[in-house]
Design a protein around this ligand. Structure first.
Ligand SMILES: Cc1ncc(COP(=O)(O)O)c(C=O)c1O
Ligand SMILES: [Zn+2]
Length: 414
C-alpha cells in the first residue's frame, strides 16, 4: 500500500486517503510513493515468484491495496514475452523481443491502469467514473467498472474504432461520441465531473492508472531474466513504446526507480524510445526542439487511434524520461505503421495493433540511422490486439468456392 501522493511538478503533498485528481496548487499530475526501504526485506523477486496470484497484483506491495484480493481484477498483466524469429526484415536484429499486451482483458495494456485506478476509486467511495478515451481505455474502463459494479461515462471522438465503441456499449457504459479530438472530450469530462460529481479517470489526471501501467516495467525485469535463463532481474538495452498520453512510459520509468530502491536492480537503465504517428507527434517535436513542454499538435490525425493525443498533461515527464535515459523520439507514417502490422502479423504470428506496427518500423529506422546496434537487447511494446483494428484492413475479392464443383480447387495457388 502506498503512503504518499506528491505533485510531480511542485512536490506538494496530498492526502492519500481521499479521492485525488491533479495537484491543487499547480494543476500537474500526482505521483504515488511507497515506503520502499520498509519493503526491502519482505518484497523480493523470490517473494513475487513464489506467489500464485495470476495477474499484475503479484506486485500488490507497490500497488494501491493492502492485500491482492482487494483488487478489482480480471486477470490483467503477466502477458507473453516473445523473442522474434530472425526471419525476413527481422533477421538483422539479434535480440528483439515483443511484450504482447494484447493478452490483457479487453485486449490492451489499458487494462492494467484501469484495474489499479478503479480499485482505488472504489475503495475511496467513487460510484461513477468518467473519462475521455482514444478507444482502448474506454473498453478497459467499461469492464473494470462493470466488474466493480459502478457506473462509467465515456467520451470518445466520433471516429474511434468501431470495436472500442461496441465493446463499451455492450459492457454497459454510458457512451458519448464527440465531434472532436480526445482533448475536446477531456474538456467535456471535466465539465461533467464538476456538474454531476463523477470521478475523473483521465490518464494522469488521477494518480493510479500509472501505478497499474508501471507493472509492465516490473514484469519486463522478470521476463528478461527468464529469457536469459538466470534468476537475476535485468532490463533490456532499449524499449520502444508507442506514446499517446505517455502513462506507460512514465510508469515503467517509475518502476525501474522503485526496483532500484528495493535493491532488485542497479543504476543501469534502458534507453527509452517514444514512438508517435507522423501527423500527431507533439512529443517528438518537443524532444527535437529540446523543449521542456510540448505544444498542442494542430490537426492531429492517424489511424493509430491510441497515438492520436495532440496534447498530454504528462509531456514534461515524458521529455524528462527521454533525457534521463539517453533515449530518443521517432515518428512513423500511417502507411509505414500499417505495413509494420502486416509484417509482425505474417512473419512473426502476432496480430499487432497499429501502435505495435509503429514501434517495429521505428526500430528499423533507428537501426538504419545507426542509433541502434543489431546486437542490442530490444523490447517492442505491442500495446493492444490487432482485432480492435480490423476496420483498417478491409478484405475484398476473396474467392468463394463452390464445394459442389469437383474442380473448385483448380484455381487454388500452390
Ligand atoms: C493500443 C494503444 N497503444 C498506445 C497508446 C498510448 O498509450 P499512453 O497513453 O500510455 O501513451 C494507447 C492509448 O490509447 C493505445 O490504445
Ligand atoms: Zn503541484
Amino acid at each position: 500500500m502506498h503512503n504518499s501522493l506528491n505533485c510531480a511538478a511542485c512536490g506538494i503533498e496530498h492526502a492519500v486517503d481521499s479521492l485525488q485528481n491533479l495537484c491543487r496548487e499547480c494543476g500537474k499530475p500526482l505521483l504515488v510513493g511507497y515506503d520502499l526501504a520498509a519493503l526491502r526485506d519482505s518484497f523480493t523477486p523470490e517473494t513475487v515468484r513464489s506467489r500464485c496470484t495470476r495477474s499484475m497484483w503479484k506486485f500488490s506491495d507497490v500497488l494501491p491495496v493492502d492485500r491482492a484480493d482487494e483488487a478489482v481484477s480480471l486477470g490483467e498483466g503477466l502477458t507473453p514475452f516473445i523473442q522474434l524469429k530472425p526471419r525476413g526484415s527481422f533477421e538483422v536484429f539479434e535480440q528483439l523481443f515483443v511484450k504482447d499486451e494484447a493478452f490483457n482483458p479487453t485486449g490492451s495494456f489499458k487494462a492494467r491502469g484501469m484495474s489499479a485506478a478503479v480499485t482505488r476509486a472504489v475503495s475511496l467511495g467513487a460510484k461513477v467514473v468518467a473519462l475521455p478515451s482514444a478507444g482502448n481505455a474506454a473498453g478497459a474502463a467499461t469492464y473494470y467498472a462493470a466488474r466493480a459494479g459502478i457506473k462509467c461515462y465515456l467520451f470518445m471522438p466520433e471516429d474511434t474504432p468501431p470495436a472500442n465503441i461496441v465493446e463499451s456499449v455492450v459492457g454497459g457504459a454510458h457512451v458519448y461520441l464527440v465531434n472532436g479530438l480526445i482533448s475536446d472530450c477531456g474538456k467535456l469530462v471535466k465539465r461533467g465531473c464538476e456538474e454531476f460529481g463523477w470521478f475523473d479517470l483521465s490518464t494522469l489526471k488521477e494518480p493510479f492508472r500509472i501505478e497499474g501501467k508501471k507493472t509492465m516495467g516490473y514484469e519486463l525485469a522478470f521476463d528478461m531474466a527468464d529469457a536469459a535463463g538466470t534468476p537475476q532481474l535485468q532490463l533490456p538495452d532499449v524499449i520502444f513504446y508507442p506514446t499517446g498520453g505517455g502513462t506507460g512510459l512514465i510508469g515503467m520509468w517509475k518502476a525501474f526507480d522503485e526496483m532500484q530502491q528495493l535493491g532488485w536492480i542497479g543504476a543501469e537503465r534502458p534507453r527509452m524510445v517514444v514512438v508517435q504517428a507522423e501527423n500527431c507527434s507533439p512529443i517528438v517535436r518537443a524532444f527535437e526542439q529540446n523543449a521542456d513542454h510540448a505544444e498542442l499538435f494542430e490537426n492531429a490525425a492517424t489511424v493509430a487511434s491510441g497515438l492520436r493525443v495532440p496534447a498530454a498533461i504528462g509531456d514534461f515527464l515524458m521529455l524528462k524520461v527521454l533525457r534521463e535515459s539517453n533515449g530518443t523520439a521517432v515518428r512513423v507514417s500511417d502507411d509505414d505503421l500499417l505495413e509494420g502490422v502486416r509484417e509482425i502479423s505474417a512473419v512473426q504470428g502476432i496480430y499487432a495493433c497499429p501502435e505495435g506496427g509503429a514501434v517495429w518500423k521505428a526500430a528499423q529506422q533507428l537501426l538504419k540511422s545507426g542509433w541502434l546496434r543489431p546486437n542490442e537487447k530490444i523490447v517492442l511494446f505491442n500495446t493492444g490486439s490487432g482485432l480492435k483494428y480490423n476496420h483498417l484492413f478491409p478484405v475484398e475479392g476473396l474467392p468463394i468456392l463452390d464445394h459442389h464443383d469437383p474442380n473448385c480447387l483448380s484455381g487454388v495457388s500452390v
